[in-house]
Design a protein around this ligand. Structure first.
Ligand code: XMP
Length: 326
């Protein structure tokens, strides 16, 4: 019979048999899939696993700490956090085109991640137990979409640390290959992962970098993080997390409008709320949020977030609008 308990037992045994006394690496994104995959492998092989988390400075409030503290506390996993905020922000300086932002973020991410891998591999090499395995949070729908293959992955070590081979090959560990998203969440729960990680709504890899319309700067990111934290807190308090697929909060950094706040005229930025309901993100409908909830979010954001004097709601379905603004 299918129980999460059995899935965990089976996978733990299979991973132990596969890995033996070798080492494995896993990239953590902050999302559900990589977190559950890492937790399963950690359960199986303990500190033979090292996780890598790249902090690109584009995460929402509290997300990096959630990985650093809560995830580590729940799994005991060995974690390497790479603080790459400055690198990402300088690469993004002056860039406003959405596709260009995405390309830059993707490129920098791979560079930083590979550099971290190379360092871990070099450290492990000194112990005589090479890193031969790469953990990936591939789900069943991903397997079907990509034609069902399993196998190996390469990293190219163009950084040349510690005399590593030019082109390293890993065997893949994919403990979630037979599971759907809801099953992955249940397995995460069984493994004792924090609710905030297991029940996380989708969040794009490029993070808040594609939720600032205009140039991405530290100041604007901080402002958006504050607004986003308020929206998330109020949606959660209203018990709406399960009804909403996700709710991007977008800063229109290149737009200003006139407002009146306190006893003066302001000239601030609008924040857009983009709550949607969806089955698979291919199509989406805008969520009819209760007016009281919208009112609370609007009042709090305009009172508490500097330079924001207007909150608007996106009432466009997908199509024609995408869920994200960039
Ligand atoms: P769109 O904006 O295309 O988004 O309607 C569909 C879903 O995908 C998420 N999204 C991304 N996820 N990397 C990701 O991991 C990305 O670059 C990315 N772009 C969009 C988006 O949040 C929504 O759930």
């Amino acid at each position: 019979t299918w129980t999460t308990h059995n899935v965990v037992e089976e996978q733990v045994a299979a991973i132990r048999a596969q890995v033996g006394d070798k080492r494995a690496i896993c990239g953590l994104s902050g999302g559900v899939d990589s977190a559950v995959a890492a937790a399963l492998v950690a359960r199986a092989i303990g500190d033979q696993l090292t996780c890598v988390y790249v902090d690109h400075g584009l995460m929402r409030k509290g997300e990096t700490e959630q990985v650093e503290k809560d995830f580590v506390a729940a799994t005991g996993v060995k974690l390497k956090v790479v603080d790459a905020e400055e690198r990402f922000l300088s690469a993004l300086a002056g860039v406003t085109d959405p596709e260009e932002k995405r390309k830059i973020i993707g490129r920098e991410f791979i560079r930083v991640f590979e550099q971290a891998q190379v360092e871990i591999i070099a450290e492990a090499g000194a112990t005589g137990q090479p890193v031969e395995f790469l953990v990936q949070g591939t789900l069943y729908p991903d397997v079907v979409e990509s034609g069902g293959g399993t196998g190996t992955a390469n990293i190219k070590s163009h950084h040349n640390v510690g005399g590593l081979p030019e082109d390293l090959e890993f065997q893949l560990i994919e403990p979630l290959r037979k599971l759907f998203k809801d099953e992955v969440r249940m397995v995460g729960q069984e493994l004792g992962l924090p609710e905030e990680i297991v029940q996380r709504q989708p969040f794009p890899g490029p993070g808040l970098g594609i939720r600032i319309v205009g140039e991405v700067t530290k100041e604007r990111l901080d402002l958006l993080r504050d607004a986003d934290a308020i929206a998330r807190a109020e949606l959660t308090a209203a018990g709406l997390d399960r009804q909403i697929w996700q709710c991007p909060v977008v800063l229109l950094a290149d737009v200003r409008s006139v407002g009146v706040q306190g006893d003066g005229r302001t000239y601030g930025h609008p924040i857009v709320l983009r709550p949607v309901s969806s089955e698979d993100a291919m199509t989406a409908d805008w969520s009819r949020l209760p007016y009281e909830v919208l009112e609370r979010i609007s009042t709090r954001i305009t009172n508490e977030v500097r330079d924001v004097n207007r909150v608007v709601v996106d009432v466009t379905s997908k199509p024609p609008g995408t869920i994200e603004w960039e």
